[in-house]
Design a protein around this ligand. Structure first.
Ligand code: FMN
Length: 309
């Protein structure tokens, strides 16, 4: 049986963003793609999302920055990255020779940072889209996450949209009281697709030292522990917006990925699972294909959102 796994994740955009399949890597867990290219054929993936990129290079937060939890990982990497200039100079030329599309994840402290980043990336060969990480503290608004409320989330989205002709994915934070409202605001402000979720805020304490375990006190929780929460939010958001939704959060196996697709995700991202199994994205892709063959489903479009009816 020939199965069609291709998905269009930016149907509103003038040139669209057609992926060969719905399996993407999640930002911050797969570097720039180049690091893992010797482990498996990364060109088989639907898309690669690179590490969060800022205007200037960043060294990140104080150590320790990673802690294992039951079924998950806490991280407080703090957006350690090479900065947008080095990305354009060193990484984009490599990506330009790849079949797999690369999406650049961006992060800022002000709306102007995001707009400037988006305009710098516009027209750069090797970059297929921008993913806007709105889980960052808005320094002009007392440090609340941009994605915590619909107004500031829409403000970032509109500014990025105006600054680039690339398709834009806006990545939502789960650290908000009504994620569907944020999603609707971002959709209206011009997002081509919405990805979710970023990490859930969490912490761990070193019992012996009577101190928070992470160097920056709090961190972001990811991995299997957050899957039910992520799945619920994807279900909510897919029911609230018209643009494609990309599911992320604790996806470790093909079954996890299929649950997100049935909940309404047009594509999925694999994050923490790559730390224990670097081939996880490819294994998930193979498992999705096998499921479709077993169920006699010829087109992945026939699976998207079917748990909703
Ligand atoms: C070590 C680490 C670094 C991350 N860095 C970023 C980042 O730079 N930008 C971003 O949008 N998300 C970042 N994330 C969040 C992931 O992309 C993903 O949204 C989250 O981990 C949930 O998916 P998972 O449970 O499959 O890991 C990071 C996650 C981890 C674990």
């Amino acid at each position: 049986m020939i199965t069609n796994l291709s998905v269009q994740i930016a149907p509103k955009h003038h040139s669209g963003l057609l992926l060969a399949n719905p399996v993407m890597t999640a930002s911050g867990t797969f570097g720039y793609g180049t690091e893992n290219s010797h482990l498996f054929d990364i060109q088989q993936l639907g898309a690669i999302v690179c590490k969060g990129t800022t205007l200037e290079p960043r060294g990140g937060n104080p150590q320790p920055r990673l802690a294992e939890t039951a079924g998950g990982v806490l991280n407080s990497i703090g957006l350690q990255n090479i900065g947008v200039n080095a990305l354009i100079k060193e990484k984009a030329p490599v990506w330009a020779g790849w079949r797999v599309p690369v999406i650049v994840n961006i992060a800022g402290e002000t709306i102007d940072d995001y707009a400037l980043l988006a305009s710098r990336l516009d027209g750069v060969a090797g970059i297929s889209a921008i993913e806007v990480n709105i889980s960052c503290p808005n320094v002009k608004a007392g440090g609340a996450e941009f994605g915590a409320n619909p107004e500031s989330a829409a403000g970032v989205t509109a500014a990025v949209k105006a600054a680039t002709s690339l398709p834009i994915l806006v990545k939502l934070t789960p650290n908000t009281s009504d994620i569907a409202k944020v999603a609707m605001a971002v959709d209206e402000a011009g997002a081509d697709a919405i990805s979710l979720i970023n990490t859930l805020k969490g912490m761990a304490i070193d019992m012996a030292k009577h101190r928070p375990l992470l160097g920056s006190v709090t961190g972001g929780l990811s991995g299997p522990a957050i899957k039910p929460a992520a799945l619920y939010m994807v279900y909510e958001v897919a029911g609230a917006v018209a643009v494609p939704v990309i599911g992320c959060g604790g996806i470790t196996t093909a079954s996890d990925a299929i649950e997100f697709i049935l909940a309404g995700a047009s594509a999925i991202q694999i994050g923490t699972a790559s730390f224990t199994n670097p081939r996880a994205p490819l294994d998930v892709l193979d498992g999705i294909k096998q499921f479709m063959e077993k169920e006699g489903v010829e087109d992945i479009a026939k699976l998207i959102g079917t748990a909703r009816h």
